[in-house]
Design a protein. Sequence first.
Length: 218
Amino acid sequence: MKILKSGRRRMAMLTPALALVLIPFSAGTANANTTPGWGDGEPDVIWDCNHDNADSCQYHEVNAWTELGKRRQVGNPVYNCAGSAPQGFDLTYKTDRTTEYSFEQTTGVEVTAGFSDVLQGGMSASSSQSETWKVGTTTSASTTLKGTIPPGEAGGYWFAPYERNSQGWLEVHYGERKNGHYFWYYPGQGSTGVKIKTPVTWPDGTMKGKWYWATWKC
């Protein structure tokens, strides 16, 4: 639930002439707030948490689960399009994954190292020794695979990581009133608008997941 500001009600009491003067200014700064879904009426809490402009930022996890993520092709395909005999291969494949953040269904918002710590601090600890994760770090998986490509075909490998999904909301405190309030909840108290998707790793730090092989006609 967003906190409503009394400033909006005071705006309605302005004289029409003064209101006309303020409209262009408001429209010109509407896109200045980098927090998805929030505009001039709310502080830029994502920016403030990223740049240490708030007294405290705390992530509250509401839901969490682990699932197998989407497959992504790893490395270059192996081709045997012009061959007349099966072609063997022995290749090492490597793939990287890092934490993905989504704020109010919008991705691509920058998250700094300090903010990553805030988000991880609000996430529940894993109850399984085989399910470990570290928000903000890049995790790799590599394997050496052998196979054979029939004549006139190509082949390639895909990798699907196990991912820990977290949903929750952000509580931000300011030392002085920001847009009329000391406390702000993004995108609303008790909501699930902040989403964190983190690769799961084995105890040795390598990424947990499944490899898939496929061939197709050239």
